[in-house]
Design a protein around this ligand. Structure first.
Ligand code: 8YV
Length: 325
């Protein structure tokens, strides 16, 4: 009998077809929203699950003796997983590192550029028919090349953004992270370690690329924003909840900082209503990894994790080390 695999959200048909050779696949290709009860029931009846960042796997969903053996997240972030709870009941957890690093860094840089150069704001102005004549100071933004790029969270994606800033745009790159990088990696990224206060005070453009956890909840709130330059921009491509969106909306309205670019939001897909009212923010719907090639690579890696686990007991990119049940 083939193991039963639940695919929680729509993914590429080609990946479903290849999985169907080895698994009895139940796939939510219709994208029917899960109620908590339906989700719990579905997990209870499957051996494996291919999840996305919005599908929770925790003690409550799993129960004491789950049938589930592996949950493979189609995301590098895994704050939807309670990994210790999964480990406690013998469920392997995997994510999709590396395959999205450069694509996500490209998007981070796109948001830095769009935010600093006021691309969304000026486009809305043009579309609304307000453009009647050229003006010397029309949508004058902040310089990107040669400015100071600050990075909070210096994992793979942070490092890829640092390389773009330093090598492509001649930026001075500073970063803050739980741990300082080794000297070789720092030299390769041309990035210098600073404390968080220095990062906030000196960055012209601050980009957030740290994982979400209880410790990083509201890492950027009113008091952090107050330390930033009034000309600075803030970009969040990490996770909602790292920025206090309500405090950011107030700061943007009062021009405490120049502008922000946000791909992730607290409680997404809801967006704080006050963010929708301010013009100096570029808003995108959590698409930093969204190129066809990268999303396919993410889906394939999640599928390969499950296939490898069932064929030889070893997931390819595990988040915990489990004995096979
Ligand atoms: C995902 C992401 O597309 O990988 C991540 O952590 O944030 C995005 O690339 C999203 O989480 C859906 O799974």
């Amino acid at each position: 009998m083939k193991p039963k695999l639940l695919v929680a959200r729509p993914i590429f048909q080609s990946v479903i077809e290849s999985l169907s050779k080895k698994f009895e696949v139940t796939s939510n290709q219709a994208d029917t929203p899960w109620t908590p009860e339906a989700w719990q029931q579905a997990i209870a009846h499957h051996d494996a699950a291919l999840t996305t960042g919005s599908d929770p796997i925790n003690a409550n969903v799993l129960g004491a003796q789950p049938r589930l053996k592996i949950a493979a997240n189609m995301a590098v972030g895994f704050n939807n997983f309670d990994v210790p709870a999964m480990t406690a009941v013998g469920v392997t957890a995997t994510n999709t590192p590396d395959v999205l690093t450069e694509t996500t860094a490209d998007f981070g840089f796109a948001l830095i550029m769009a935010t600093a150069r006021r691309m969304a704001e000026s486009e809305h102005y043009l579309r609304a028919g307000h453009w009647k004549q050229w003006r010397y100071d029309m949508f004058a933004g902040a310089e990107v090349h040669g400015s100071t790029l600050g990075i909070l969270g210096m994992g793979r994606i942070g490092q890829a953004i640092a390389r773009r800033g330093a090598l492509g745009f001649g930026m001075k790159v500073i970063y803050h992270n739980r741990s300082k990088l080794d000297a070789t990696t720092e030299a390769e990224c041309k990035a210098s370690y600073v404390d968080k206060e220095t990062l906030l005070k000196t960055s012209d453009h601050l980009v957030l690329v740290l994982p979400y956890s209880a410790a990083s909840h509201h890492a950027i709130g009113a008091s952090e924003i107050a330390q930033m330059k009034p000309t600075a921009t803030l970009v969040n491509i990490a996770r909602g909840g790292i920025v206090d969106d309500a405090a950011l909306a107030v700061a943007l309205k009062n021009k405490q900082i120049a502008a922000a670019g946000l791909d992730v939001f607290e409680g997404e897909p809801s967006v704080h209503p006050d963010l929708l009212k301010v013009s100096n923010v570029v808003l995108t719907p959590h698409i930093a990894s969204s190129t066809v090639k990268t999303r396919l690579a993410m889906a394939q890696l999640a599928a390969d994790n499950i296939a490898s686990f069932f064929s030889n007991g070893k997931a390819l990119t595990p988040l915990n080390q489990m004995a096979v049940k």
